[in-house]
Ligand binder design. Structure first.
Ligand SMILES: Cc1cc2nc3c(=O)[nH]c(=O)nc-3n(C[C@H](O)[C@H](O)[C@H](O)COP(=O)(O)OP(=O)(O)OC[C@H]3O[C@@H](n4cnc5c(N)ncnc54)[C@H](O)[C@@H]3O)c2cc1C
Length: 393
């Protein structure tokens, strides 16, 4: 019998988790092709530690060669369009130099391209985008780093948009990393650091009290329940009209899934799924989502992305008639948020927290005391993902 063609959009945490999970239990039944933008992957969670020089790019980037050697196929290019009725994915290869559009056909499609950062609703964003830099993207994190290591006085504004956005604590992690660097450089007293949050408390709510306590000790000002609606050359305007001047801006733009999802009728901002356990599109049995692009009632983070990928893999294995035991999976996680170092040592301390979504209401847990050990634990956790999905280093 001819093998089925499984195409996966996105070679990140969710996409690669689906690829390995299906390959490992059904490689004789299915040909797997991952379509992804770049011939490498850069991990997300430790990006804030680039600011404090505690992390380096070489430990964060992996190639796909080992997964290809195992038998998973790759196409490197940007997906521009999906036609679910015709079962075709349009990929633009080499988009910046010599663009070539290629059509990839499938029997099953998994859509796992993560999020995009969309500042289009913010006035002045188009003209001033380059004045902003965040920890969220390679390149931009370098810009932010250069700015916080060079500036001598002024105001730093860190911004978190309304949930859902990728990695709830990352804005607070950013504020505390910036504090740590300024303190380390002996210039902290020359700066105001302001965290503006569109949510009613810093995220995630389970550690809001720990973040607030840390901010009080660090002298970081917190403004909640207000959105940035305009960005100027050296100021932002909030939705109540207040104008705040900045020297350094670290504004996370509102998040959404890439537009090809909406254009294919698979959801508005996010990919609509039947349920968190059944990640098929309500309109197409053969199109599934996984990871941050999926509309799930949970935070957008790596563990949830991985768990959604296993649910998607189980559905595919069932449909393929693989006869294999399904992967054992539930929505629950333990994570760590970096909360800087109050003394300005470049040794970040972290708080540990967890959420279990198998109970109603979901059960939060935490150790409220930030510890250095948790930063090291988070590093081991992140490296184990990279080793498992890409290759050991
Ligand atoms: C700064 C930062 C800090 C974070 N901290 C944590 C943390 O502490 N704990 C935690 O659990 N999670 C954290 N996360 C979140 C975690 O990294 C994501 O939740 C996880 O990577 C989501 O997996 P994904 O597969 O959905 O997306 P990704 O891992 O981003 O993978 C998406 C892939 O799709 C590719 N792609 C995108 N668009 C296209 C396209 N049009 N065509 C082809 N390919 C495309 C991308 O290049 C990428 O390779 C953090 C993320 C960031 C950025």
């Amino acid at each position: 019998m001819a093998k089925k063609r499984l195409v996966i959009i996105g070679g990140g945490i969710a996409g690669m988790s689906v690829a390995h999970a299906v390959f490992d239990k059904a490689k004789d039944l299915v040909d797997i092709t991952v379509v992804t933008k770049d011939p490498f992957y850069m991990t997300g969670p430790s990006r804030p530690l680039l600011l404090t020089n505690e992390q380096s790019y070489d430990r964060m980037i992996r190639g796909y060669e080992e997964a290809a050697a195992k038998g998973i196929n790759f196409v490197f290019g940007t997906v521009a369009r999906i036609d679910p009725a015709e079962r075709v994915v349009e990929v633009v290869e080499n988009p910046t130099r010599n663009p070539v559009t290629r059509k990839v056909t499938y029997d099953y499609l998994v859509v796992a391209p993560g999020v995009v950062f969309d500042g289009s609703s913010i006035e002045g964003y188009k003209e001033n985008w380059y004045r902003n830099a965040t920890v969220y993207e390679p390149g931009r994190v370098d810009v932010l780093k250069q700015r916080i290591w060079a500036a001598t006085k002024g105001t730093v504004i860190v911004y978190a948009p309304k949930q859902p956005y990728r990695c709830a604590p990352a804005p607070a992690e950013t504020a505390m990393a910036i504090y740590t660097v300024l303190k380390h450089r002996g210039v902290r007293e020359n700066f105001r650091i302001i965290h503006v949050d569109a949510n009613d408390k810093p995220q995630p709510p389970v550690i809001a009290d720990v973040i607030k306590e840390r901010y009080e000790k660090a002298g970081i000002e917190l403004i909640t329940s207000r959105e940035i609606v305009e960005v100027g050359p050296d100021y932002v305007v909030l939705n109540d009209g207040e104008k705040l001047e900045y020297t350094i801006l670290a504004m996370l733009e509102p998040n959404r899934a890439p537009r090809f999802i909406e254009e294919a009728g698979l959801g508005e901002k996010w990919f609509e799924v039947r349920s968190p356990q059944d990640l098929r599109s309500p309109r197409y049995d053969d199109v599934l989502a996984a990871g941050d692009a999926a509309k799930l009632p949970f935070p957008k983070n790596q563990e949830i992305a991985y768990e959604s990928a296993l649910f998607a893999a189980n559905k595919l294995l069932e449909d393929l008639g693989a006869g294999a035991e399904p992967y054992s999976v539930q929505y629950t996680f333990v994570g760590w948020a970096y909360l800087g170092n109050l003394e300005g040592k470049l040794e970040t301390e972290s708080v540990q927290f967890g959420l279990n979504f198998t109970t109603k209401p979901p059960k939060p847990s935490k150790d409220p005391v930030p510890k250095r050990d948790y930063t090291l634990q988070k590093d081991r956790w992140e490296q184990s993902y990279l080793n498992r999905l890409y290759h050991p280093k």
